[in-house]
Design a protein around this ligand. Structure first.
Ligand SMILES: [Zn+2]
Length: 149
């Protein structure tokens, strides 16, 4: 009888990490650059207003929240519209699921009456983002970030 112990975790641990595709890497870099840009763009000093509920919160506690969820970013033409992404308090971004009604009012206050309709139109425009499109999008966020830094 063989008494050797079988390590059930061994196979799990040995599993190699799935390599990220070029596409996934680009989207991650876009996310990071856009987040840095939005943090600077919306920063109002030590305290900044949440786009959805209007509460003044410690700026560093705010999150970068999407009006239309990030799943639409690179399946539609929304991915290049900075109005879809704004600083938001964590309760609005979390338990209130984006607080969409407040978010819509916040967008209208910030960008004007037509912004919601225009964002909706973009959300309905399907787009396949090629690698080249993603690279251009990343450049766009980098340029915006450079200008504001
Ligand atoms: Zn809020």
């Amino acid at each position: 009888m063989n008494n050797t112990c079988v390590d059930l975790n061994k196979n799990k641990m040995a599993k190699p990490k799935k390599k990220k595709s070029k596409r996934q890497k680009l989207i991650k870099e876009i996310d990071d650059t856009r987040r840095d840009y939005i943090r600077k763009r919306d920063n109002d000093g030590d305290y900044t207003k949440c786009i959805s509920c209007g509460a003044y919160c410690i700026t560093t506690s705010l999150q970068v929240g999407h009006y239309y969820s990030r799943s639409h970013d690179f399946t539609t033409t929304l991915g290049s519209d900075e109005r879809n992404v704004n600083l938001q308090c964590s309760p609005c971004n979390g338990v209130k699921h984006g607080n969409p009604r407040g978010y819509a009012l916040g967008i209208i206050r910030k960008y004007g009456n037509r912004a919601i309709e225009e964002l909706g139109d973009k959300k309905n425009q399907q787009k396949y983002w090629k690698i080249k499109d993603l690279e251009e999008n990343l450049e766009m966020w980098k340029t915006l970030l450079d200008k504001i830094s």
